[in-house]
Design a protein. Structure first.
Length: 231
């Protein structure tokens, strides 16, 4: 008898719950009954998405990269497929400004949660912000990152002393990735590897890149940052 009474009380409670839920308005997002609109679950999903977007904007290098540097918007589908066919490969992409080097590199690595786009200046700023022992940790994070873009490797990072130190950091980083079988790597530049050697007056960095990366020149002759070529 006690079991029957327990079941009856449970059924009454469930019936009250169902009537209460039926009396509530529906969430305009998911359609579930809720005292709030949108419901708490939808608000949490939206907040999680907002936080993820902030992280993605930061790791991809800015809002423009986040909004525009996608595979769908990249113009050279043949090159895109060629690179995607070698998902663990490393690539040195060079051309004059505006041909889509940063675009294609970002479009490919953005699909991976740890994918990161970073400039030499940002590498210097990030590493030199810390004491020596933490510098090593920051370099190691970049060494271990399986989907890394070093964007505009030939750009100046500051005065001669800073540029020399940045060059040493880049060599240390790339050499460590080579020694440890680093994953997918993109390096973008306005210069060929030979031009990079001339610019820095030292062939160590270019030689290490040559041993790691396919060197690809983008040369279709269009500046895809100009208004006429934007879609």
């Amino acid at each position: 008898m006690e079991d029957i009474n327990r079941i009856t009380r449970w059924e009454i409670a469930m019936d009250k719950r169902d009537k209460y839920l039926a009396s509530l308005p529906k969430c305009n997002k998911c359609g579930e009954p809720s005292e709030e609109n949108p419901c708490g679950n939808c608000l949490k999903i939206a907040e999680d998405a907002r936080k993820q977007k902030i992280k993605d904007i930061k790791r991809l290098g800015g809002e423009r990269a986040f909004n525009e540097f996608t595979e769908e918007r990249f113009h050279n589908k043949k090159l895109l497929e060629r690179i995607k066919s070698n998902p663990n490969g490393s690539f040195y992409l060079y051309s004059p400004s505006g041909y889509g080097k940063s675009h294609i590199a970002t479009a490919i690595v953005r699909q991976y949660p740890m994918g990161l786009v970073i400039s030499p200046h940002e590498i210097y700023r990030r590493v030199k912000n810390f004491k020596l022992e933490i510098e090593r940790e920051e370099i190691n994070k970049l060494v271990k990152n399986k989907y890394l873009v070093i964007d505009d490797i030939d750009t100046k990072s500051g005065g001669p002393a800073i540029e020399k130190e940045t060059y040493s950091m880049l060599y240390e980083l790339l050499n460590a990735r080579w020694q440890n079988y680093g994953g997918c790597l993109f390096i973008t530049s306005n210069l060929s590897l030979d031009g990079l050697t001339v610019k820095f007056g030292d062939d160590r960095l270019a030689s290490r890149i040559k041993g790691m990366c396919y060197e690809i020149e983008l040369k279709d002759g269009k500046d895809y940052r100009s208004i006429d070529n934007r879609k």
